[in-house]
Each structure stands twice: as C-alpha cells, then as structure tokens.
Design a protein around this ligand. Structure first.
Ligand SMILES: *Cc1c(COP(=O)(O)O)cnc(C)c1O
Length: 419
C-alpha cells in the first residue's frame, strides 16, 4: 500500500522547517566576531597600510596554498575577481568569451565590463559547460572559455582544457560556487590561466562580500592587481613590471580579510558534512525508478552542496518538485518558465537586449565585434530542456541526519506514487 501524497491530502513526510541552506554564514561563531573586532580596533582597515600584518594578504596566502598557485589577489567580490582575471589575461574589445547558459549573470557581466562579448554555450546533464558545444561556438574572435563550477559541481576540466589547447584559447574558471572543490584530485581554480572565487553571503565561505583571484602567471597577476587599484604601482612599486593602465578600486578591506581567514578554516569541515549528507541521500535513493541522479564529472571532488535529480521531462519534473515540496522537502526547479532566474541565460536581460551603459551602445557596437551576433531566449534549447527537468535540493552542514532521512523518504514516496 502506498502512502497518500501530501499534495493529494496525505500526511507530509515532515512539517519541520529545514535549516536555511547557508554554508559559511551559518558557521559564523565567536572567532569571526573576534577577528573582525580586532581588525576594527587596529584602526588599520586599508590593506596596504601594514602589509606584514594584513589579513587580506593572509587570505591570499591561504588561497594560493589551497590551489597550488603562485599568486592570489584578494578582491571586493567574485565579479571583481572575474573582471580582474579577464583584464589580467588581456581580454577586451573585439574578443569573445564562451560562457555557459547556466551561470549567475555576473559571469557574462564581467565579460561585457571588459569590453568583450559573451558567447553562450550549452550545458550538459552535469549542469556544467558542454565541451562539445564549446567547440561548436568557437569563432575567429574567441579568446577564452569560462568554465563555471555551478552549485559546487566541477566541470569536465579534462575535455574543456583539451578544447582550449586545441584552439589556443585561454581559460578562466568561475569558482564562485565551488570554493574548496576539486577535479580528479586537483583543486578547482588551478586548471585555467586564472581562477576566480567569491566570498559573498551565498557562497561556501563568506567575508560578507569578497573575492579572490588565483593564477600561476606573473603578468596575469600584475595586470589583475593594476586593474584592482587605480594606483597599484604606488602601493607596491617593486612588484610592477607590467605597464600600468587605468584601474578601479576593487580592493578587499581588512575586516573582510579577517572574516575570510576564519571562514577559510571552516571550509573543509563544512564540505565534509555536506558531502556525507549527499552521499547518504544518494545511497538512500539508489535504484528509485523514474529519477536519475545528475552525472557529476567528479563526484568525489564535487562539494556535495546540491542534490541534483533529473526526470524524463519538464511536466514530470514540475509535478515531482511540487509534490516533494508538499512533503516538506525544500526542493526547487532550476528553470520553470515562470520565475525569472538570473542563473539562466534567457533571463540575462542586458545580454539578450544588448544593454549598454553608454549612449553608443558599447561594447556591442564596437566595429571590432561581430555585428551579426544575435541573442535570443531560445538560443540554447538543450540548456533549457535539461534545467526544465532538473530538481535541486540545496544542502548545508547544519542539516541533521533526520533531514537527510526525510529527503530520502520524500523522494521515495513521491517517486513511488507519481512515476
Ligand atoms: C556569486 C557568483 C558570482 C559573483 O560573485 P559576487 O561576489 O557576488 O560578485 C559570479 N559567478 C557565479 C557563478 C556566482 O555564483
């Protein structure tokens, strides 16, 4: 006998509200408070005032060590990290950067801010950039590929690096949602010419706002540093072989640096828990008919912060998601035609409409760009098709074992009734 679904008036699996799926922010404790207070009390909030004791510099060393890169640059945000990374790579007007159709709008925004244009490529069932479509989207103007490790899922870096190598393209990794992840034993952010992290509220660890760029190439680091401070040479005269150009003040401050350092120390603990939770859930739903677990390019290196389920089509996924929510499980679709989700390219309005802050419509109208390039909401049908039949559940280290059990029970119950 089957339990009646809550959506049909049955008793839900649980009525308890799940913890918010916050990672770093939910781990904030007295150490963070003390570190920020100490930074404030020092009265030295500007990172170049006392370089030897700078918390921003300490955070840079932590990220450089984590990724095994020689250089790290602390920044005001993940978007700033992408902008400085692109500027570091010398990408600008006339260049095209291939981005996935499923990523936060900031990935595309950073490309435009640098004067280049984003070329949108399909994702595959892993929810990350499809290497085959990347290859199809390459033109004579393509300079770089931007793999985005969405929701903690590592991209297929083997295939993407091969494509990049074959076509002589640069690679800038957007690791905003995947701090601490790896692919085949190597940290995310250490594959490309530059790796970019975010320390915003919704990411794995937080500094309030913040970002970090990592690279192994000295000229990329220097150019990124120039972009991140309008007077970089003034603060760091001995470390400046690149010719200066106008910069923007994207610096991180010492309060953020102090908070980021404490949070960095919590990262592995957070991820050990989310990975264990997700493993438990995937084991608990193994063999359930009608739903597939999304294929991660590297389940071990994956952050385990997202349960990703795929159904045969949009209608069944929508029904499944609604039924699961009625059971008390915080499930969401990734694309549902109704809510404008800025993580899906068709809702990037200023890309779709070629929006510009300047009255000449730059960078779109630059004679260096391909004027025939068009954008429209159904240009990546495979991406919309995959997202439309995907259900996600965001996990956090604050979930207890009972939350994982309820997720399993909910999925089994709904699958048993609906499929
Ligand atoms: C959050 C995010 C960014 C931007 O980071 P900010 O710190 O908010 O500027 C860029 N890319 C992706 C994939 C993100 O999730």
């Amino acid at each position: 006998m089957k339990d009646q679904l809550a959506i049909h008036g049955g008793k839900p699996v649980t009525t308890e509200i799940f913890p918010k799926p916050w990672l770093g922010p939910a781990a904030i404790g007295e150490e963070e408070v003390a570190a920020v207070a100490a930074a404030v009390r020092s009265q030295k909030l500007f990172r170049f005032l006392d370089p030897e004791h700078s918390k921003c510099a300490e955070l840079e060393r932590l990220f450089a060590a984590m990724t095994g890169r020689q250089y790290a640059l602390a920044l005001g945000g993940g978007t700033a990290a992408l902008i400085c990374g692109l500027a570091g790579l010398g990408i600008g007007e006339g260049d095209e950067v291939i981005v996935p159709g499923f990523t936060y709008i900031a990935s595309a925004s950073a490309v435009l801010i640098c004067g280049a244009v984003p070329v949108i490529a399909e994702i595959n069932a892993s929810l990350t950039l499809d290497p085959e479509d990347v290859e199809r989207k390459i033109t004579s103007r393509t300079r770089a590929i931007m793999p985005v490790h969405m929701r903690g899922i590592p991209c297929d870096m083997t295939a993407l690096m091969e494509v990049a190598k074959r076509h002589n393209l640069l690679v800038i990794e957007d690791c905003a949602q995947a701090c601490g992840g790896s692919y085949q034993g190597k940290r995310l952010g250490s594959f490309g010419d530059a790796g970019c992290f975010s320390l915003q509220q919704h990411k794995v660890i937080t500094a309030g706002e913040g970002g970090v760029l990592v690279t192994n190439r000295p000229e990329v680091y220097e150019r990124a540093a120039i972009r991140h401070d309008s007077a970089m040479r003034f603060w760091n005269p001995e470390n400046a072989s690149a010719d200066p150009f106008p910069g923007e003040n994207f610096r991180m401050n010492e309060m953020e640096g102090a908070l980021g350092c404490v949070q960095f120390g919590r990262m592995e603990g957070i991820l050990a828990r989310t990975r264990a939770l997700r493993r438990r859930i995937y084991e608990g739903i193994a063999g359930v008919e009608g739903i597939a677990i999304s294929p991660s390019p590297d389940p071990e290196g994956d952050l385990g912060i997202t349960v990703v389920l795929q159904l045969p089509d949009y209608d069944r996924a929508r029904q499944f998601g609604l039924a699961l929510k009625a059971e008390g499980i915080p499930a969401g679709g990734t694309y549902d035609n109704v809510i404008a989700d800025r993580h899906v390219y068709c809702y990037w309005e200023y890309v779709m409409n070629k929006g510009s802050m300047d009255r000449h419509g730059r960078p779109w109208t630059s004679p260096l760009h391909d004027q025939t390039r068009q954008y429209h909401p159904d240009m990546c049908p495979k991406t919309l098709e995959i997202l439309g039949r995907t259900i996600v559940i965001s996990l956090a280290q604050t979930f207890e074992d009972r939350h994982a059990e309820w997720v399993i029970q909910g999925i089994r119950k709904v699958a048993g009734n609906l499929i």
